[in-house]
Design a protein around this ligand. Structure first.
Ligand SMILES: Cc1cc2nc3c(=O)[nH]c(=O)nc-3n(C[C@H](O)[C@H](O)[C@H](O)COP(=O)(O)OP(=O)(O)OC[C@H]3O[C@@H](n4cnc5c(N)ncnc54)[C@H](O)[C@@H]3O)c2cc1C
Length: 823
């Protein structure tokens, strides 16, 4: 064995140990054995002796803890403590909220795919299915969104009554309180189906079932509060809202100026200890009609009537609408989506202490409560609403692209239309997969804070792209509002989902990676905690243990990233099948992500929090890995239908391309140029080889959407498709089926026209001539006529009498005008 071979052997062994994240003791034993073998083969040459000296010095320092701590750890700890990000109490509570699920595995660079594939698939129980097929189906049939959004700016009274009677406001409330006790997935399915019909109705149903009184009471309420409120909320006797946002406190809700002072006051004729409240909230959904207001405010106890703290902290309480000093009832008008939403103010409102959710023991814990609830809830309402929209748009737009003809061909045949159509199909698939994946984890009792941020952000953003593409494909049909327009209101309301429950820019830039780094990284959060320990000895011991594990993790990530990049990740064991390469690519990028996120934290330290553009891109990489996982799991859970493969391939290739671009952008903008120079060849040893999905997928996916295929049916399952006489999706499906039947006959007539065998100026005249000349049969004539009628119904748009659209009559407008002039 030459010295070169021996060195290579040594490097190889170290590489294998690093790849498998071996413990320090295993490293020491394995490399000692290897050196013994080399020594026996070579004898004690100068090279071998130097190797022994170097090896012994390093292993001694690393394994003898007093030396290691003094020589290495103490210095790192000093730097670490001086560069630790400062965190406020509210920030700490926000970061600590919820649990970590699959995103944690992806963050750590070595995802266990078998574990993911074995996670239970999202499924409805018999009872939940019956609710979907019964009350939800009936409700969808009752909805006339134009009437709601244009005529009434509210749901009709019979719909309010139906929602309450059928328990729509108690989906998450346990049965013992009269609720439905549905799973997160069932809750999501309900919102998905309704939102495809009306965002106004789905928002109305969503709010009592999301962050608000019911959820907070369930988790933190006293028995008395639960027994009083939960049955009343489940039956709809009480209508709740939750007021957090104020004019000066939107995204940074914790900076609210709404406050309460602990003091003595009078309640029902008796002098009691309570809180005097003042607030000014806005944007509060259901507030105009709420009977009970969940309120978040800052509680102060200047006279120390509760304890020794003056600034008690953010507190949540329930306040009946009719309490003296409460002002409520006015409405906002959110983008022509008139669910009940409005401001509320309170002036010197005195409330008993036991109106605090959870009683006075929970005073000051409001922020933690809200963050915990949002950790899971963020994954349900808005993603489900967006998914409902994408399903309807995928179903309708595919059919429309076949029905609508220009230049004598269905517009879906143009490559220019195939491209957005493929995006619609693919993004709908990704959104549905992500929503199912995250809600199935909530079903298991998780509150996946980071994953819910990922799903909220990406599903609403993809939903926005799908909406835009669907509008473009429909052209003027989508623009002219009226009862026949099934896209306009959805398009108008898209920014609502983008803004609420954590506005998207903030979610992307601050939450996904910011919280992910703290919660999913195997060591950082604990290192921060260890570095803050007041006992010096304990601090050193804990920090030393963690930091050396962290070193091993970092070295392993370098080796894994480089090896997987070089081998195209073919060495990773993954589930076998047509998607196996996607699992391997995801493993490769997961390792590279673990490496790059560590490098970013080392280089930027606490300032990474302010480097939002880097943080956002790191968050994107984690998010796309999560979306790929969800897509692969969805494909598996739906029975690996090969027909769906174009959607799976496009989804994964889109995500991998985006991942690659984000790595590139981070490296280009990395503050340390040396670090970027070293990292690039480790992450991309063979260059950047991922491309955007190929054009051929556009055609394949368009074909899947422009015909009544099983893939289209699966993709749109969960949407309201029934023919109730007032469902544009049923009309469009009818037109699609009839058009497909008519297509070969119409082709025959076109050819005959070109040959001069059929005459006429309009298609109808040619058809008439064709049947008269017996080119086609009477049955074929009927098929074409029916297809034409069905098509005309779909492409029709609404028009109005000149005065019909004005909100005020001409007389009222003139009256206002003259009144203003005379003022
Ligand atoms: C229709 C509707 C219904 C709502 N329902 C309720 C409700 O029921 N209860 C309730 O309490 N609230 C509700 N809200 C409030 C909602 O949660 C807030 O609108 C949201 O938190 C954003 O606050 P803001 O609108 O004041 O935007 P701002 O906070 O002013 O944000 C403006 C922009 O700045 C971005 N931004 C802010 N900080 C950062 C940062 N650090 N980095 C990067 N970008 C940042 C945001 O992403 C956003 O794009 C509702 C809002 C609407 C519109």
């Amino acid at each position: 064995m030459t010295a070169l071979t021996a060195s290579l052997l040594f490097i190889l062994a170290a590489g294998i140990l690093a790849y498998h994240r071996a413990k320090l003791i295993i490293w020491t034993i394995a490399l000692t054995l290897l050196l013994i073998i080399i020594t026996r083969m070579h004898g004690l040459t100068a090279g071998v002796i130097i190797s022994w000296i170097l090896f012994a010095s390093v292993t001694l320092i690393l394994n003898y803890l007093p030396w290691r701590r003094r020589l290495i750890t103490s210095h790192i700890l000093k730097i670490f403590r001086s560069d630790m990000p400062m965190m406020s109490k509210t920030e700490r509570e926000a970061i600590s909220a919820g649990t970590v699920t699959w995103e944690g595995d992806l963050f750590r660079g070595n995802p266990d795919w078998k574990k993911m594939m074995n996670l239970p698939a999202a499924k409805l129980t018999e009872e939940e299915l019956a609710f979907m097929d019964g009350p939800v189906e009936t409700l969808c049939g009752m909805i006339n969104d134009w009437d709601i959004t244009h005529n009434r700016a509210d749901l009709p009274p019979e719909m309010w009554a139906f929602l309450k009677e059928q328990g729509f406001f108690g989906l998450i409330i346990p049965k013992r309180y009269g609720g439905k006790e549905f799973s997160a997935y069932a809750h999501s399915q309900v919102i998905t189906k309704i939102s495809g019909r009306s965002i106004t109705v789905s928002s109305t149903v969503a709010v009592p079932n999301s962050l608000g009184p019911a959820e907070l009471l369930l988790e933190y309420g006293t028995e008395e509060q639960k027994n009083y409120y939960l049955p009343r909320l489940a039956s709809g006797e009480e209508v709740p809202c939750f007021a957090l946002t104020s004019p000066d406190a939107g995204s940074d809700a914790s900076s609210m100026t709404d406050y309460g002072i602990v003091c003595w006051g009078e309640y029902q004729g008796a002098k009691i200890l309570g809180i005097r409240l003042n607030w000014n909230k806005r944007y509060i959904t259901l507030a105009p009609i709420a009977t009970v207001i969940g309120l978040a405010f800052k509680l102060y106890d200047p006279d120390h009537l509760l304890g020794d703290k003056t600034d008690v902290g953010i507190t949540c309480s329930l306040i009946p609408r009719n309490t003296a000093g409460v002002k409520i009832g006015r409405r906002h008008f959110p983008l022509n989506t008139p669910f009940q939403n409005g401001p509320t103010q309170g002036k010197d409102v005195f409330i008993p202490l036991d109106w605090i959710i959870g009683g006075k023991e929970q005073a000051g814990n409001g922020w933690r409560m809200l963050m915990e609830s949002l950790a899971g809830g963020r994954a349900i309402t808005l993603p489900s609403t967006a998914v409902g929209g994408t399903k309807v748009l995928a179903y309708a737009t595919g059919a429309y692209a076949r029905i609508r003809r220009q230049f004598h061909v269905p517009i879906g045949n143009f490559e220019g239309i195939e491209e957005p159509l493929a995006r619609i199909g693919t993004f709908t698939y990704i959104c549905d997969a992500a929503r199912s994946f995250v809600t199935s984890s909530i079903n298991l009792g998780e509150k996946p804070a980071v994953a819910s941020g990922i799903v909220k952000y990406h599903v609403t953003e993809l939903g926005r792209i799908v909406t835009r593409d669907a509008m473009d494909i429909h052209g003027g049909k989508a623009i002219c509002l009226g009862p026949n327009n099934y896209l306009g209101r959805g398009y108008e309301s898209t920014p609502i989902g983008i803004t609420v429950e954590g506005a998207n820019i903030l979610t992307r830039n601050l939450i996904i990676f910011g919280q992910g780094a703290m919660r999913c990284h195997p060591y950082i959060f604990n290192e921060l905690k260890a570095a803050q320990l007041s006992n010096e000895k304990e601090r050193m011991i804990k920090f030393d243990q963690l930091i050396f594990k962290h070193f091993g993790y970092g070295i392993s990530n370098i080796v894994r990233t480089f090896t997987l990049g070089l081998t195209g990740a073919r060495i990773v064991l993954v589930p076998r099948g047509k998607t196996s390469r996607y699992f391997q690519y995801a493993s490769r990028f997961s390792a590279a992500f673990a490496l790059l996120s560590d490098a970013a934290m080392i280089v930027m330290g606490g300032s990474l929090k302010r480097k939002e553009s880097i943080s956002a891109r790191l968050g994107d990489i984690l998010s796309y890995l999560y979306l790929v996982s969800a897509v692969l799991k969805h494909y598996h859970d739906q029975g690996r239908n090969v027909d769906d493969l174009p959607l799976v391939r496009y989804s994964c290739e889109h995500c991998f391309f985006e991942i690659q671009q984000r790595f590139d952008e981070i490296l280009r903008n990395f503050p340390s140029r040396i670090a970027a120079f070293i990292l690039r060849p480790i992450i991309f040893p063979l260059g950047m080889r991922f491309a955007r999905p190929k054009d051929r997928y556009n055609r394949k996916i368009s074909q899947l959407l422009t015909s009544p295929t099983s893939t289209r049916q699966r993709l749109c399952t969960g949407a309201y498709l029934s023919d109730n006489g007032n469902n544009p999706l049923a009309d469009i499906q009818d037109a699609l089926v009839k058009s497909i039947m008519a297509e070969p006959i119409e082709k025959m007539i076109r050819t005959a026209t070109q040959d001069g065998d059929v005459a006429g100026y309009t298609p109808q005249e040619k058809l008439q001539h064709a049947v008269e000349t017996k080119l086609i049969t009477v049955d074929q004539y009927d098929i074409c006529m029916q297809a034409d009628a069905a098509r005309r119904k779909v492409i029709a748009v609404d028009d109005f009498a000149p005065d019909e659209l004005a909100r005020l009559s001409t007389g009222e407008i003139n009256k206002n005008h003259y009144a203003q002039q005379s003022e």
